[in-house]
Write a protein that binds this ligand. Structure first.
Ligand SMILES: [Zn+2]
Ligand SMILES: [Zn+2]
Length: 280
């Protein structure tokens, strides 16, 4: 079975990932992938300062774009390189993000919309266990369920914004390890996001980075994947690689799993245009 492209990779530019952009392209070529997406974090300068170091700075934008364009050309006979960004969603600053991205949008193939900081009770809660969480969240009896609900409500706003091309790591909030007290209530919110996706023009990524984490499960989980396939929502594959060795991580087993679930096409995106490719 031929493997699809990898739509989500980082690089040294994100400060918490390793490898040059070209290392990720080489890794994809050696796996025989048809496409590789360079999708580092767009500068997080609009988020609280604790986030800033996880992305390139605004002053690095132009050199990133120039390098990516050169590499796209250089390797064009071997692989299709996509130029992209993973862009945070936070409703109050969306218009500022749009303004910052406007001049470079035509240079990009797609934007991945992701939530890394979830609004909750006046805080922006970082969805990464290496950050410390506010005591108020831990002490609040209903704190963790209310954070999960806040996350999916924010995700719904992300989808409804109609701004991004791909939804990034749908249920990454699982990373915090909270067990929902009221799973039905959380799933009801998840289904609202699925309903919005169905009428949007967005693709969703199947992100294998969850398989490299203690929970050992894809983002999103199987329940959501089933719904995505049944509703024929366009899907792209992503490793969310933070090291060149992560490129295409577990793609073969994941594609077999998706085929068994009934997936028969995969989405490709160029200049923000989606095309479905049937899987043979
Ligand atoms: Zn992310
Ligand atoms: Zn990422």
């Amino acid at each position: 079975m031929s493997l699809p492209g990898d739509y989500h990779t980082h690089s040294f530019l994100c400060n918490h990932a390793t490898g040059q952009l070209s290392d990720y392209i080489h890794a994809a070529i050696s796996l025989g992938l048809p496409e590789i997406g360079l999708s580092g974090h767009f500068p997080m300068h609009l988020l609280p300062s604790q986030f800033h170091k996880y992305a390139m700075s605004i002053s690095q934008l132009n050199s990133y774009l120039n390098s990516a364009k050169e590499l796209k050309k250089k390797f064009s006979s071997k692989i299709e390189t996509k130029i992209a960004f993973e862009v945070d969603f936070h409703k109050p600053i969306l218009s500022q993000y749009k303004q910052a991205l406007k001049p470079i949008l035509p240079d990009l193939d797609y934007l991945i919309g992701s939530i890394h900081g979830c609004s909750w009770n006046g805080y922006i809660i970082p969805i990464d266990s290496s950050f410390s969480l506010p005591n108020e969240l831990k002490q609040n009896d209903n704190g963790t369920d209310s954070l999960l609900l806040a996350y999916y409500d924010e995700l719904l706003d992300l989808v409804k914004s109609n701004y991004y091309d791909v939804l990034g790591h749908f249920d990454v909030i699982r990373k915090l390890g909270f067990i929902p007290e009221n799973l039905d209530l959380i799933n009801e919110r998840v289904f609202r996001v699925l309903d919005a996706l169905e009428v949007s023009n967005m693709a969703v990524e199947i992100n294998t980075s969850g398989l490299r984490k203690p929970g050992n499960e894809l983002y999103p989980n199987k329940l959501i994947i089933n719904e995505l396939i049944q509703r024929k929502i366009p899907l792209v594959m992503s490793s969310d690689a933070h090291r060149p060795d992560d490129v295409g991580y577990a793609f073969e087993s994941t594609m077999k799993f998706l085929r068994r679930k009934g997936l028969n096409s995969i989405c490709r995106i160029s200049s923000h245009e989606k095309t479905q490719f049937s899987l043979s």
